[in-house]
Design a protein around this ligand. Structure first.
Ligand SMILES: *[C@@H]1O[C@H](CO)[C@@H](O)[C@H](O)[C@H]1NC(C)=O
Ligand SMILES: *[C@@H]1O[C@H](CO)[C@@H](O)[C@H](O)[C@H]1NC(C)=O
Ligand SMILES: *[C@@H]1O[C@H](CO)[C@@H](O)[C@H](O)[C@H]1NC(C)=O
Ligand SMILES: *[C@@H]1O[C@H](CO)[C@@H](O)[C@H](O)[C@H]1NC(C)=O
Ligand SMILES: *[C@@H]1O[C@H](CO)[C@@H](O)[C@H](O)[C@H]1NC(C)=O
Ligand SMILES: *[C@@H]1O[C@H](CO)[C@@H](O)[C@H](O)[C@H]1NC(C)=O
Length: 470
């Protein structure tokens, strides 16, 4: 009987996290990236954030429209200083104060800004190693002085770092053996950690079990990456037991910090998540796995588990991301991290407060690509159901034809793929010809979102589109 009553209460609260939390939801945060066309307005986006129970939101700039839309919502907000201006902000206290005056003060405190992140994954970009890396902490110090002078004490300053700050990347088993890269450990990480400790701020890490799992798919069980079991791992260095991949990654960062004498700096997860789609040659990117990862993450973080090295530690967490962002370059997974499609339709239901019991969600579509696709794949002009931009397609066609060897020979007048003599038909041929030659060196089937992969042979008549097995 008692069990039954409990189930009813759980079921009732599942639909009503807003009520259950006294009028505002306290779910984990969401990254609100906007590298997409035709996404909902900032105001509608705030509604969509609330609909999934997001307690906080992180943006990649200080966009005025977004910050205004967040006024009065009580959502905690993380804003970002763009990478390009960090040297200027480091060089001049006045420039730092001007940035604060223009990008924070007009919205604060009506918009509840909690974090000011100075750059995004700066230490992954070696082209700015000399110009910007040594300037990160000075920029943070100048911004910190500006906030103090303006008596803004509730905004923490940090920067986001990918897992490649560690010598062996995201998966340096055992976690206790992890260490920061020698090129940055003393010169960049130590002053950064000193600043974070001195200001009681957080190390913001981008941690994606998806990538670790897909690169180690033969040895790491999918369940272990999705918080669904898949065994345990005991770190021989510490004796700590791990039940999921994310915890291993986080404790690798903790161990690296400890080796520089800053083992107590707090952690925040700036980005994590799971792709709901991807290219044919990628695995595990589907709505099934994405829903399971993000739901389990929310349920888990609601209980403040910390990590094995830091049980119970409070950790701000931001899921990546609000929308599928169609203008992101790179492999297909890059454009499939959203909780929502660009048109504002939810890809799967989710409650980021973690209050909704997992069993109460409707069934998910079966995962179809957890193992590699085996068959021919082509790359063609995408059909997005929109009018073709002839100029853009023409530019992409010209680019493709300029790469590789003889890429566009077959679409020259008189040749087997010349007809139909349209930009669209020629672009499909050229995209495929380019991609088949160059994919082994990292070329993607993207062309500013003009191209897409297909498993349907686009050959016609005597015009043959080459394919390769993935
Ligand atoms: C940074 O400076 C070092 C030493 O002066 C130099 O060897 C290196 O090429 C520079 N790197 C970049 C990306 O400019
Ligand atoms: C699966 O893992 C192997 C190495 O263990 C790797 O070579 C391969 O690329 C991975 N597959 C995918 C689709 O990432
Ligand atoms: C939104 O986009 C998705 C993916 O393209 C599509 O499946 C869905 O039907 C669209 N929803 C609406 C309301 O147009
Ligand atoms: C078409 O593409 C060109 C080149 O990329 C771009 O400058 C132009 O704005 C696009 N036109 C439309 C209507 O999107
Ligand atoms: C094009 O041909 C040259 C010379 O034969 C060769 O070195 C190069 O690798 C080829 N490029 C591609 C993309 O196949
Ligand atoms: C092919 O199409 C282009 C662009 O419409 C046109 O200028 C050209 O004359 C056509 N060539 C032939 C042989 O039809």
């Amino acid at each position: 009987m008692a069990v039954l009553v409990l189930l009813v209460v759980l079921a009732a609260s599942s639909c009503c996290h807003v009520v259950a939390h006294g009028g505002s939801s306290h779910g984990i945060g969401v990254n609100y990236g906007r590298v997409a066309d035709d996404i909902p307005s900032p105001r509608r986006s705030v509604e969509l954030l609330r609909a999934v129970g997001a307690g906080s939101v992180k943006i990649y700039d200080a966009n005025p429209g977004v910050l205004r839309a967040l006024e009065g919502t009580h959502m905690r907000v993380s804003i970002m200083v763009p990478n390009e201006i960090i040297p200027d902000i480091a060089a001049s206290a006045a420039a730092a104060d001007r940035w604060v005056a223009e990008n924070l003060v007009p919205y604060y405190p009506e918009t509840r800004v909690k974090y000011l992140l100075v750059g995004n994954e700066l230490l992954s970009d070696y082209s700015i190693a000399n110009s910007t890396w040594p300037r990160i902490v000075p920029a943070m110090e100048n911004l910190h002085r500006s906030l103090r002078a303006r008596r803004i004490s509730s905004v923490k300053i940090s920067t986001t770092l990918a897992m490649d700050t560690l010598t062996s990347g995201a998966f340096p088993r055992p976690p206790s053996a992890a260490a920061f890269r020698p090129d940055i450990a003393r010169a960049v990480m130590r002053p950064l950690l000193r600043f974070l400790k001195g200001t009681n701020s957080y190390y913001f890490v981008d941690a994606y079990p998806y990538f670790v799992w897909s690169e180690n798919n033969k040895t790491v069980p999918l369940e272990y990456a999705l918080f669904q079991g898949g065994g345990r791992y005991v770190d021989p260095g510490t004796g700590l037991t791990y039940t999921n991949l994310l915890d291993e990654m986080l404790d690798a960062v903790v161990a690296s910090m400890a080796k520089l004498g800053y083992g107590e700096v707090k952690l925040a997860i700036a980005e994590t998540g799971w792709p709901n789609g991807g290219d044919y040659e990628q695995i595990g990117g589907n709505a099934h796995n994405a829903a399971i990862y993000n739901r389990n993450l929310a349920a888990r973080m609601a209980e403040n588990p910390g990590t094995p090295a830091r049980p119970g530690a409070k950790m701000p967490v931001f899921v990546f991301s609000l929308y599928n962002e169609d203008l992101k370059p790179g492999p297909g997974t890059e454009r499939h991290w959203g909780l929502y499609y660009a048109n504002g339709t939810a890809i799967y239901p989710i409650d980021l407060t973690g209050a909704r019991p997992l069993w109460s969600y409707p069934p998910l579509p079966a995962p179809e690509n957890n193992t590699p696709y085996k068959g021919p794949v082509w790359c063609v002009l995408a059909d997005h159901g929109k009018n073709l931009n002839e100029t853009a397609v023409g530019n992409a066609l010209a680019y493709a034809c300029g790469q590789g060897n003889g890429t566009c020979d077959a679409i020259q007048p008189g040749r087997e793929c010349f007809l139909p003599n349209t930009t669209a038909a020629h672009a499909s041929y050229a995209f495929n010809s380019y991609w088949q030659q160059l994919r082994k060196t990292g070329a993607t089937c993207y062309f500013n979102n003009l191209a897409e992969e297909t498993t349907k042979d686009p050959s016609h008549g005597s015009c043959k589109f080459h394919s390769s097995l993935v």
